[in-house]
Write a protein that binds this ligand. Structure first.
Ligand SMILES: Cc1cc2nc3c(=O)[nH]c(=O)nc-3n(C[C@H](O)[C@H](O)[C@H](O)COP(=O)(O)OP(=O)(O)OC[C@H]3O[C@@H](n4cnc5c(N)ncnc54)[C@H](O)[C@@H]3O)c2cc1C
Length: 441
């Protein structure tokens, strides 16, 4: 495993053609795939080589279907290869508001699927022996008394639903056992959530898909889709003819399918990685090596990497513009949490696009009027587990075994953000400002 260390700060903003430098530098395989040249036929064509696309490919290939996957850049180039690596239970947010559409039972089923989502990742890693530094332990952190009240409610709800993993409320007095910062009022520990190296997971899943016969193509951007009983998917170099199409581009969909693009709003999130830290300092920052998040709308999320760096992420930009210097922007946020890191070098910085949905429930469904075109997107920054669940549901629906669980998601309507492609982001930025002001109170 090549863990070459950079001598200078590495920056990889959202739109570069390589995966973010820290994850790329610590990638444990160099998976190269050809670009599509010429025409081919398959049962299912998948567009997008992130967790959604790769895992849908695995689910379908495991069910005996032939699959072609087309990725515009490199496997894991999108959010999947550049995220915080926090594997956290649950899908969506405030699910009780879907009761009028799904009923109490339906909502409980969604909640339990949020537990299953993490199990799918756990099982996939075990089944295909994927080396991705999977570590168990996660803590939600409170910065306001109302967050503590929220933890009490969440704890009671998880117990009611029979959540099978250890949960622990941690008081402010005992919080030093989890995080070496005086900033927080308390926490909720969950030993059924954790963290991992996301690019190594994506590359391992790509290798697993390939071992099942999935044909993977990189540098193969889809330019045009002809719909019909057979879908024809065109790239610059060739065309795939398929019975079924799956769109798995999330925040990077751009103009490929305008009916979906307006329902997912790309927002920039940013991460810095420190130099390698002494073991004693790591034990002081995160004594139990848990992943942690606070509860604000534009939250901080952080964890240690396997090679003992602090990976500190946060912010949420809707402008489509990355900060000029991500480290200069993120480092003060990190120092607010951990003032003891003054003088510690930042060796990597990067950004990526989160796909936000208006109601924050992942959008999993079929294109209206096109029964052979499926999609999954809008994980709203909580996609590591939810992509794997989406892939399982797509596998069940396309594989023909069980559409009920897919239908539960597909039943929920999703609003198109107002403002059209030009005004959407500024309007949402205004809306988010309001939420941030509310956060500050
Ligand atoms: C900075 C950051 C931190 C995050 N942290 C966390 C976290 O800690 N925990 C968590 O649960 N979630 C996190 N998320 C969210 C999570 O990473 C995403 O929800 C998830 O990776 C989405 O996976 P995906 O496969 O749907 O999309 P992506 O991984 O974005 O993949 C989409 C792919 O589609 C390709 N594509 C687009 N257009 C075309 C085309 N025309 N032809 C072919 N290919 C195309 C793109 O190149 C891209 O590779 C984070 C996201 C970001 C950006």
């Amino acid at each position: 495993m090549d863990k070459a260390l950079p001598m200078t700060l590495q920056q990889s903003p959202c739109h570069e053609t390589h995966a973010p430098t820290y994850y790329a530098a610590s990638a444990n395989r160099d998976l190269r795939c050809p670009s599509l040249e010429g025409d081919c036929q398959t049962d299912v064509c998948i567009v997008g080589g992130g967790f959604t696309g790769l895992n849908t490919a695995i689910e379908l290939a495991e069910r005996g279907l032939s699959v072609v996957l087309l990725e515009a850049r490199r496997i894991g180039w999108g959010a999947s290869g550049r995220n915080g690596g926090q594997l956290i239970r649950g899908v969506g947010h405030d699910l009780d508001r879907f009761m009028p559409i799904l009923g109490e039972e339906g909502v409980d089923e969604l909640k339990r699927m949020g537990f299953e989502a993490v199990d799918i990742v756990r099982e996939r890693i075990a089944r295909y022996a994927i080396d991705c530094d999977l570590t168990w332990g996660y803590c939600d952190l409170a910065t306001k008394p109302r967050h503590l009240k929220g933890f009490e409610e969440e704890y009671a709800e998880l117990k009611r639903l029979g959540y099978p993993h250890e949960l622990r409320r941690v008081s402010r007095r005992n919080l030093g056992e989890v995080v070496g910062s005086t900033r927080y009022l308390g926490g909720l520990v969950d030993m059924g959530s954790g963290h991992l190296h996301p690019l190594n997971l994506a590359l391992g899943e790509a290798a697993a898909a390939r071992s099942l016969g999935v044909r993977l193509f990189e540098q193969s951007a889809v330019q045009r889709i002809d719909h019909g009983p057979k879908v024809r998917v065109h790239t610059a170099g060739g065309c795939v003819q398929a019975d079924t199409l799956v769109l798995a581009c999330n925040a990077y969909l751009d103009g490929l399918e305008p009916r979906l693009a307006g329902k997912v709003l790309p927002a920039g999130s940013y991460i810095i990685a420190t130099e390698r830290l002494p073991e004693a300092l790591c034990n002081e920052l995160l004594p139990q090596n848990m992943a942690v998040c606070d509860q604000r709308v534009a939250l901080d999320y952080f964890r240690l990497s396997a090679d003992r760096r602090l990976l500190f992420g946060g912010a949420c930009h809707y402008s489509g513009r990355d900060p000029k210097d991500i480290a200069a922007y993120m480092q003060p946020k990190m120092l607010e949490v951990f003032p003891q890191l003054v003088g510690i070098a930042i060796e990597y910085q990067w950004g990526g696009m989160i796909g936000i949905g208006a109601n924050r429930l992942p959008q999993i469904g079929r294109l209206p009027g096109q029964p052979n075109v499926y999609y999954a997107q809008a994980y709203s920054g909580h996609g590591l587990n939810a992509t794997h669940l989406a892939a399982r549901l797509l596998g069940e629906a396309i594989g023909g075994q069980q559409a009920g669980r897919f239908d539960l998601f597909a039943k929920v309507p999703h609003k198109t953000f107002p403002g059209g492609p030009l005004l959407r982001s500024p309007l949402l930025a205004l809306g988010m400002l309001w939420y941030r002001l509310k956060d500050a109170v």
